[in-house]
Ligand binder design. Sequence first.
Ligand code: GTP
Ligand code: MG
Length: 430
Amino acid sequence: MAATDLERFSNAELESRNLPLGGHVGFDSLPDQLVSKSVTQGFSFNILCVGETGIGKSTLMNTLFNTTFETEEASHHEECVRLRPQTYSLQESNVQLKLTVVDAVGFGDQINKDESYRPIVDYIDAQFENYLQEELKIRRSLFDYHDTRIHVCLYFITPTGHSLKSLDLVTMKKLDSKVNIIPIIAKADTISKSELHKFKIKIMGELVSNGVQIYQFPTDDEAVAEINAVMNAHLPFAVVGSTEEVKVGNKLVRARQYPWGVVQVENENHCDFVKLREMLIRVNMEDLREQTHSRHYELYRRCKLEEMGFQDSEGDSQPFSLQETYEAKRKEFLSELQRKEEEMRQMFVNKVKETELELKEKERELHEKFEHLKRVHQEEKRRVEEKRQELEEETSAFTRRKAAVEALQSQAFHATSQQPLRKDKDKKKS
Ligand code: GTP
Ligand code: MG
């Protein structure tokens, strides 16, 4: 657009926005009212970056928004995947954008990767839940609510040239009903042009055969249908990120310089960075926001409300009653509680019976032991008694023998003491 056209356009725009009193009044000013309301309110846009550690997530974000977000490098030793959201306030002209970049830190670093997708799914659900809670509040303030729902997930594919890893397929499959996925081949400068072409075809084939739904740029709006249809055929975008500026000709461009040449980030012959930026920021940002609300959040909300017992009335049936649903859910909850209580009581009774049986068995064993010990003790006592009697008999026999010996001794003593007398007498007689 020439400069004069631009001036005319802006003047016309200004005129239509500053309506003079008594001037033209019509509902054609409605779009302007919407624009000014949205501009005052500001926008929020939330990007989730999923990809292996060091795949180039932060560099691409910096390149996309032409700024330097403070991010620290992730270590390769995280125990599990952790989501790290960072919010920045950006301003372009008079439009305020609250941008949140969420990094899936440690993705792909664990030995067991079975549950790698779970923290990501939980994070997305938690943002939906927060929004739903705000909606259900009596005094809700959705107007100034900071919407943290993820509008787009940039899925960074490692440029192997082979095929998608099973981790990629599983994760994308788990995420596709919750978020708009745009797959991108990261570090596309490390793969040759012919290989890249084959790689792209292979990736798309694998996504289709595994039933992974990626985000399709909308083709129902005439103004962007053509460009979006062309871009859909270019998916997944092969991107290169760099914040380094290199002189090419007499211009400074963002590029990666190698001993054999320069890869220019914004050169469409070198990579699809410009296509990604156009699609993500200039053409489809609002569609991504809308799809998040009308498709993914709606699905979450429907499942959640159905889970809570709400349902829409159908045909001629009675209109849906919140009170009745509440009562029904309460009854269901109470009967479930009763069932659980009964189950626990039964369990308790069984446990008591089991313990009683065990105690009885123990008592019986103890009793047997006691009886046995008693028998042993009596036997011992009997033997000791016999021994005592034997000893007593021996003692009395001994005493008897001793008395006999003593008697004998005294007799012998008497005999020997009288013999010298008799001898003396005999001697005198003779
Ligand atoms: P973590 O946040 O630690 O997971 O890493 P990250 O995914 O944010 O990667 P980061 O942007 O920190 O880049 C890691 C390395 O890859 C840096 O040395 C970058 O210079 C390099 N790098 C980033 N983008 C590209 C690219 O497009 N091509 C090539 N060849 N290297 C890149
Ligand atoms: Mg990073």
